[in-house]
Design a protein around this ligand. Structure first.
Ligand SMILES: *[C@@H]1O[C@H](CO)[C@@H](O)[C@H](O)[C@H]1NC(C)=O
Length: 416
């Protein structure tokens, strides 16, 4: 097995220069972290998400075996298995946003991938807790612009109810128009970057109308609405059956529990990377410290993955670097309800019967530190030998990409 894997890695390294001649992109802009903006404090109308209800299983027989429906009661009882260093916070606190931006900058995260649930004016465009993050994202972008933070924003297009190709088209038009002039966006070859969560929920044919070059009314390629689009790879055949026919420029895996999907198992990454290279797609593997949603999905024990004092996270990073990833996504900066956060957590004595895990024996910054070190290592790997291997703005042989040869190149990423 080991031999087979290293043979694959060698093939990958040989094959990658085919993607070469790309311009450089600063190492920090190759590390992207999924960022959630859905938290509030009572002064904004309640403890949204911190007070998340316990979810019931979709199968009534299983649902009956677990308590569900009750809400957590912050600040003592949070929906998270960990307690944040900053306490349960509001995503719209200016000081909080600035702290997050600073922390990302210091620890090698150049890009926050903002969870976005559609424009604020569309009915039904919100998450399960009825939060719409449109205005909040606006604020994060404003803070980046005002503080001159080097952190850049990519979009995580979330599957709000009723998402279809018409809505997605409208979303792209809206975001393009709104942030056209903003320096705060990550741009690769001049195009903003979109991660598409649960992309499988639309048939590939619908994505193709948006993302494969065509003369239809929904096509965004070669228009100002164009972007670098990353679909979600879950199952073994998602490359051929989803990513390719949909016209995505690349893919990510999101889950950092090897229980959840084929794509989340690092043993499969060499094959996925080989596929990506062959098809000229960008593979942005997702790495994460563990997974624990026991408080909100008590029946989901099978998906839980312990952190092992950073061991799991290091393993994911090693796998991402091992397959020669040109960019890495981190699940997550602050998804506290699923216990995937790298944001600092502190030990906390049980109060009102609510208990918490912590990063002990390590410091609250363990996961930020591993991120910083790994981000550095990724930069070094790319600088030595892997230099310019990936032009990030892929799409070559299916000629989807606009301006891959343009002088804008990936140089435009820092854009400051
Ligand atoms: C990060 O790298 C530094 C320097 O190599 C090392 O001393 C430190 O222990 C590393 N931190 C972690 C959390 O691995």
């Amino acid at each position: 097995m080991l031999i087979a894997v290293s043979a694959l890695v060698v093939t990958v390294l040989v094959a990658l220069p085919l993607l070469a001649e790309g311009s450089e992109i600063s190492p920090m802009y190759r590390v992207h972290a999924f960022y959630y903006l859905w938290y509030t404090e009572p002064s904004e109308g309640g403890w949204t998400h911190w007070d998340h209800e316990v979810l019931s299983h979709w199968d009534a027989k299983i649902a009956g075996k677990f308590p569900h429906g009750m809400r957590f009661e912050p600040p003592d009882c949070l929906h998270s298995p960990y307690y944040p260093l900053r306490g349960p916070y509001s995503s719209i606190g200016r000081e909080l946003i600035r702290q997050h931006l600073k922390e990302m900058e210091l620890y090698g995260v150049g890009v926050l991938v903002a969870s976005w649930w559609g424009p604020s004016w569309r009915k039904g465009s919100h998450d399960t807790q009825l939060v719409n993050t449109d205005k909040r994202l606006e604020q994060v972008i404003r803070e980046i612009e005002e503080t001159g933070s080097p952190v850049r924003v990519a979009f995580h297009l979330e599957p709000y109810e009723g998402r279809n190709k018409e809505n997605v088209y409208e979303d792209l038009a809206y975001l393009t128009e709104k942030y056209m002039g903003s320096q705060a966006l990550l741009r690769v070859n001049g195009r903003p970057v979109y991660y598409v969560y649960d992309s499988y929920k639309l048939p590939p044919g619908d994505w193709a109308q948006l993302l494969l070059r065509n003369d239809g009314p929904w096509n965004v390629r070669g228009t100002p609405k164009d972007g670098l689009f990353l679909g979600l790879w879950l199952d073994k055949d998602d490359g051929e059956q989803h990513i390719l026919p949909a016209g995505f420029d690349g893919f990510y895996t999101y889950f950092s529990s090897d229980q959840v999907s084929y794509g989340s198992r690092v043993e499969n990454w060499p094959l996925m990377q080989m596929w990506a290279v062959r098809k000229n797609k960008l593979f942005v593997p997702s790495v994460g410290p563990g997974y624990n949603d026991a408080k909100i999905r008590p029946w989901n024990k099978v998906s839980q993955r312990t952190r092992g004092d950073g061991g799991s996270y290091r393993k994911y990073w090693a796998a991402a670097l091992g397959v020669g990833a040109q960019a890495v996504s981190v699940t997550s900066y602050n998804e506290w309800g699923e216990g995937t956060q790298i944001e600092p957590a502190i030990p906390r004595e049980p109060r009102n019967g609510c208990q918490y895990l912590s990063y002990k024996p390590s410091s609250p910054y363990l996961y930020m530190e591993i991120t910083r070190n790994s981000s550095r290592e990724l930069g070094q790997l790319i600088a030595s030998g892997n230099k310019g291997i990936c032009k990030m703005g892929v799409g070559g042989d299916d000629s989807n990409a606009r301006g891959t040869e343009s002088s804008e190149g990936a140089n435009s990423v820092p854009d400051t």
